[in-house]
Write a protein that binds this ligand. Structure first.
Ligand code: GDP
Ligand code: IMO
Ligand code: MG
Length: 426
């Protein structure tokens, strides 16, 4: 029963979607286990670009069953729009399955996300304003509504009325905002969205387990990343779910003994959207060059991503908290034009060298990176398809990364296209 998890090792947008798409060739099910439409996963196939938010990145293959697990927060309108967008491009989404236990994002979640960010002013987290945090907060507070509630009108209305009893006055009195009423939400969700979503709603737990028992290959596709994880990230500058590999267990209903491969995806540098500490951040022209060459603008919100050098301290931590069995590096080609390439191997603070992440975030804000510098390779990698095509300087750089990170690096992305990668034998 082979099960693989793909997980982001930095602050998101590492290229999880493109490697999920690549791995999906050999899979039967691709399962999203957390997050929502804050994710933006880009696939480039035969020159065509697909930007996915909620639907698992295996959907392009007719043999894949795409599954949205219980740990995901679902805005049904966004999901149905994504289905329509894909079907308009001749991608069949009829095999899509959505867990009835997944929580719903409701209009007041997005409203609360927007107004609380505004209220935070200069302390804003820079969320995607999709209602993700407020939806997970309601789940934890046990006042969330789930996909299955859409199919019990009385329960849906009753739960909604109870929640809005608190939220509507809070929105009105604290934020001067009008929440949609119970009737308005019921009309939209129960009469319009529920029947259109119904064909996709399924018992995803048994579906996944039946597949595993039949020896089928299941891929769990993480959204966001290790350092955006609610528990393991740079709190509070995080998302409200658990993108780490353990999140696949809770977010899809599989125990850890089912998992036999965990692939961490990392960019050859680092980017971050939104606020929060970033030890290797580059605010100079080198950073600008990375943004420009890497097209570092959010797939989802269009925001410019903050760039920085590869941070091996973060990666070593990601190896530990995710049990990574290997790492896949993306965007190596973006560094083609640089005279030198840097890797942060440790931090320094108050004259002390740190080989691991400090456990205090106040310290993380003050660390300075210790760099190793490599000469650039001065050649275009975008056509490389095998290790022999790579200059020796690239091999030296990747070997160094591998030593720093402590697990094998098996895949290198050298362009956004499905086939633009090099498989290493190590
Ligand atoms: P995800 O959220 O982790 O799936 O990543 P995104 O899709 O948000 O961001 C990654 C971006 O980098 C997308 O625009 C991809 O098409 C692109 N990309 C992925 N791998 C590579 C690569 O190896 N080289 C280049 N140049 N672009 C890549
Ligand atoms: P993928 O799956 C990059 C960031 C937001 C913000 C923080 C909290 O494409 O890698 P949220 O809306 O989740 O409450 O925002 O998390 N963020 C992402 N950054 N890639 C993502 O997803 C992200 N999803 C959320 O920018 O800093
Ligand atoms: Mg993304």
């Amino acid at each position: 029963m082979p099960a693989t998890i793909i997980v982001g090792t930095q602050w998101g947008d590492e290229g999880k979607g493109r490697f999920t798409d690549l791995f999906a060739k050999e899979m039967h099910l691709v399962v999203r286990y957390q997050g929502g439409h804050n994710a933006g996963h880009t696939l480039v196939v035969d020159g065509e670009t697909f930007a996915l938010q909620l639907i698992p990145s295996g959907v392009l293959y007719p043999h894949i069953t795409p599954v949205i697990g219980n740990g995901v927060v679902v805005d049904p309108a966004v999901l149905l729009d994504e289905v329509a967008m894909l079907e308009a491009r001749s991608i069949d989404c009829s095999r899509l399955k959505v867990s009835g236990n997944a929580h719903l994002i409701l209009p007041y979640h997005q409203l609360i996300d927007r107004v609380t960010e505004r209220h935070l002013g200069k302390n804003a987290l820079g969320t995607t304003k999709r209602g993700i945090g407020p939806a997970y907060a309601d789940k934890a507070a046990r006042v969330g509504l789930r996909v299955q509630d859409l199919y019990d009108r009385d329960i849906f209305r009753e739960k909604l009325a109870l929640v809005l009893k608190d939220k509507a006055p809070m929105l009105a009195k604290v934020y001067n905002q009008l929440s949609p009423s119970v009737d308005e939400i019921c009309a939209r969700y129960l009469d319009d969205l529920a029947p259109r979503l119904q064909p996709y709603v399924a018992d995803t737990i048994n579906l996944v387990h039946d597949a595993l028992e039949a020896g089928q290959h299941v891929l769990f596709e993480g959204a966001q990343a290790t350092f955006l994880d609610l528990d393991h990230g740079t709190y509070p500058f995080v998302t409200s779910s658990n993108p780490v590999s353990g999140g696949a267990c809770t977010g899809a209903g599989v125990g850890p003994l089912h998992i036999n491969r965990v692939v961490g995806v990392a960019k050859a540098y680092v980017t971050r959207v939104g606020a929060g500490p970033f030890p290797t951040e580059l605010t100079d022209e080198v950073g600008e060059a990375i943004v420009e060459r890497g097209h570092e603008f959010g797939t989802n919100t269009g925001r410019k991503r903050r760039p920085g050098w590869f941070d091996a301290v973060m990666l070593r931590h990601a190896v530990r908290v995710n049990s990574l069995s290997e790492v896949a590096i993306t965007k190596l080609d973006v560094l083609d034009a640089f005279d030198e390439v840097r890797v942060c191997v440790a931090y320094e603070v108050d004259g002390t060298r740190l080989d691991h992440l400090p456990d205090s975030q106040s310290v993380l804000h003050r660390v300075t990176p210790v760099y190793e510098t490599f000469p650039g390779w001065g050649s275009d990698l975008t056509d490389a398809t095998e290790p022999g095509h790579l200059p020796s300087r690239v091999h030296d750089y990747v070997t160094f990364l591998e030593q720093q990170v402590g697990v094998p690096i098996r895949l290198l992305g050298v362009g956004p296209g499905r086939d633009q990668y090099v498989q290493l034998s190590s």
